[in-house]
Design a protein around this ligand. Structure first.
Ligand code: NAP
Length: 275
């Protein structure tokens, strides 16, 4: 297939590696010509250029994947839509969906929103890795009016990278990710306090695990809160209420209640990650 990737960062670059490895004609864009050169040198694109229209075959793409930050998805689609073939399937990878799917489908009828549930704490092409999506969920968020052939094409493509494809309505996706991804970023960040004494030397695997996502890409976290504000607020208010309950239990020395609460937390973790 002829596949365009607009934005050769962590997600776009990782996608590029996998699609090139599966012998697709992959072209990419970055605003930075050096990134374009590096993407081709490293095998994340067959050809790359800051101006997508300067790339041979870009006007006949089967699929275009918008891989920029959330705020850039609609402006990018608005800019490219008039020059796209009506047959091209357009998708994105942004981690919030309600704010853009309706408008994107109005700009290009063969748009289907998407979100690979995989990533890392790094940023840019240097952080991209092959096989990032293997065994990871990839959510597609088609509107009821979506072109089903476009949905099937994307499902087949992402499954060919080893991803497990799910379909959800945009609002259901946003509520789910607020609870299992966006909210936890802020809970994790709140554990990162300035160290006292030798705490940096004492911190070990538990603190590493707890703070990994809170210490990640700040721009991404800000955009999650900004674009998924309502659902993130509901999640954080629920988290704050649970923490307030734990504080009260400790203050009142209700150790049995606290242990039962932690037992329930351990049981819930098993439902997410059975061992
Ligand atoms: P990233 O590594 O920072 O890459 C962002 C890419 O977008 C770069 O290629 C950059 O291109 C381009 N870009 C940045 N600002 C832009 C602008 N103003 N206009 C046009 N292009 C711009 O970020 P990422 O982690 O790959 O995230 C990209 C998308 O994936 C986001 O929508 C995010 O919500 C989603 N996502 C991220 C993760 C994750 O864990 N990181 C997981 C799932 C989904 P230049 O080379 O031109 O600067």
């Amino acid at each position: 297939m002829n596949i365009g990737i607009l934005g050769l960062g962590l997600i776009g670059g990782s996608l590029g590696y996998d699609l090139v490895n599966r012998n697709h004609y992959v072209w990419g864009t970055s605003r930075n010509p050096d990134t374009c050169r590096q993407a081709v040198d490293r095998g994340a694109a067959c050809v790359a250029h800051p101006d997508w229209q300067a790339i041979p075959g870009s006007d006949r793409a089967d699929v275009v994947v918008l891989c920029g930050p959330i705020a850039t998805i609609l402006p990018t689609l608005q800019a490219i839509a008039p020059c796209l073939s009506p047959d091209t399937v357009v998708t994105d990878v942004a981690s919030v969906k309600s704010c853009l799917c309706q408008e994107a489908a109005a700009l290009h009828p063969r748009f289907v929103g998407g979100h690979p549930m995989a990533g890392g704490s790094g940023q840019g092409l240097a952080a991209a890795v092959p096989d990032l999506f293997r065994d990871r969920p990839w959510v597609l968020t088609p509107l009821p009016s979506a072109d089903r052939a476009a949905v099937t094409l994307l499902q087949t493509l992402w499954e060919s990278l080893g991803a497990k494809v799910w379909e959800l309505a945009p609002a259901a996706h946003d509520r789910a990710v607020a609870r299992i991804s966006h909210g936890p970023v802020f809970v994790s960040a709140s554990a990162l306090v300035p160290p006292h004494g030798h705490e940096t030397q004492l911190a070990s695997s538990g603190f590493f695990d707890t703070t990994r996502i809170g210490g990640g890409n700040p721009q991404l976290g800000r955009l999650m809160a900004q674009y998924n504000r309502e659902a993130v607020l509901v999640t954080l208010q629920e988290n704050a209420a649970r923490l307030a309950w734990a504080i009260a239990a400790i203050e009142q020395e209700r150790w049995d209640d606290l242990e039962a609460w932690l037992q329930e937390a351990a049981r819930l973790r098993q439902t997410y990650f059975p061992t």
